[in-house]
Design a protein around this ligand. Structure first.
Ligand code: ADP
Length: 394
């Protein structure tokens, strides 16, 4: 019987879960409970060829986990046999937590304290941890932090140019997020190229609903686009990315918006959806094709910011051996990849149009034979990376 790890990613209104065989890399089952707390909740699980769904209301995270277990039963999936650990994705580890850590009551307490640093992301993860520890008390539960990979960023990249005492007192630094993904795809890129990770300079573009870029030299990140929170950097599905902090003060002082309102606007009503009305790039492209100028502007702003980061990281690295696209947009949207890299021949980056446009779910090269820089699409797999991190510590 193969060992399995249940990986949980608890958000405020959804819980994603996957049962993974860390040794083979196989995802045995994959599910999500969505719209927790709403009338229109839904839950689904894919197990082999089978897909089971429920759409009765799911009141809270307790009920969400029960719904998930029910789905395993309904699909005939044996969750218990072989299960060796539960891995929890935790967005923010703060200044001190970065290694994958077996969860005990003291750690839950520390994670609760971190809610101030990541008010939108950490509380639901803590809730998921509490509920899952109660439901599966005999198994080790492990927290894996999104910030971990960037813990040792060079000081020049990690430091905001603000008053040092304030920064120190309030733990303000650039933490970086999506670290599990950046680490995983950069390692997979080295495997794909059959080259030692230590020999490569890489520019990784994780473009999902959240989006971030990183510059990686010899397997160590030297910069990343997210900062104290996952709001900094690239334009995202619903987040603004980089914005003049003066906007915050201006809206607060002059428009009379409360701090929470401004934060919610920048997180939920900004980015591609804020500008173009859609979070999903497939729908955004449809709007553009039908002549929607706002959608076009949203796309142009997204691409403009992405190209700025690519340029900045090329300058930091000097040059790059590899550019890697990953996550929902990066893996699937050929137009975004084309527009992000067009006209960069003199910087050593040339796409092969045909390879770029051939859809695939596999890791693949999309650069021209003659391109000095190799451009890859590498599907991310944060669940597998979390499952493997669990095995390292239990
Ligand atoms: P999350 O940050 O929520 O994990 P994902 O990495 O799953 O996000 O990315 C989801 C996004 O990927 C969708 O909102 C959509 O914009 C984009 N996406 C998914 N499939 C496609 C596709 N075939 N073409 C273009 N974009 C896609």
């Amino acid at each position: 019987m193969a060992r399995t790890v249940l990986v949980l990613n608890s958000g405020s209104s959804s819980v994603k879960f996957q049962l993974v065989e860390p040794d083979t890399g196989r995802a045995v089952a994959n599910g999500i409970v969505e719209r927790i707390g709403e009338e229109s909740s839904s839950a689904s699980l894919t197990y082999g060829e089978r897909e089971v769904t429920r759409d009765d209301p799911v009141a809270d995270h307790d009920a969400a986990l029960r719904a998930a277990f029910d789905l395993f039963d309904a699909a005939g999936a044996d969750l218990g046999t072989g299960l060796v650990a539960v891995g929890h994705r935790v967005v923010h580890g703060g200044p001190d937590l970065y290694r994958p850590t077996v969860i005990d009551d003291a750690l839950v307490g520390k994670l609760e304290e971190l809610a101030t640093l990541a008010p939108l992301h950490n509380p639901p993860a803590v809730l998921g941890i509490r509920v899952a520890r109660k439901a599966l008390p005999d198994l080790p539960h492990v927290a894996v932090f999104d910030t971990a990979y960037f813990h040792d960023l060079p000081a020049a990249a990690a430091t905001y140019a603000i008053d040092r005492d304030i920064a120190e007192q309030w733990h303000i630094r650039r933490y970086g997020f999506h670290g599990t993904s950046h680490r995983y795809v950069s390692e997979q890129a080295a495997l794909f190229l059959d080259a030692p990770l230590s020999s490569l300079s890489q520019l990784v573009l994780h473009l999902g609903n959240g989006a971030s870029a990183s510059a990686i030299l010899g397997g160590r990140p030297v910069d990343t686009s997210m900062g104290l929170t996952p709001m900094e950097g690239l334009v995202m599905g619903t987040r603004s990315g980089d914005i003049d902090p003066g906007v915050f003060a201006y809206l607060w002082r002059t428009a009379g918006m409360a701090v929470d309102e401004i934060e919610t606007m920048l997180n939920k009503r900004a980015g591609v959806r804020g500008l173009g009305g859609e979070i999903d790039f497939r729908l955004l492209h449809q709007r553009i094709q039908s002549g929607d100028e706002q959608a076009q502007l949203a796309y142009d702003v997204y691409i403009h910011r992405l190209r700025k980061y690519i340029g900045a990281y090329l300058a930091l690295l000097g040059s790059t051996d590899v550019v890697v696209f990953t996550a929902g947009v990066g893996e699937n949207d050929a137009a975004v990849r084309r527009d992000a890299l067009s006209g960069m021949g003199r910087l050593g980056i040339e796409l092969d149009e045909h390879l770029n446009e051939s859809p695939s779910h596999a890791a693949r090269r999309i650069s021209a034979e003659t391109s000095p820089t190799t451009v890859l699409v590498i599907p991310t797999n944060e669940e597998l990376a979390i499952a493997r991190a669990c095995l390292d510590v239990i």
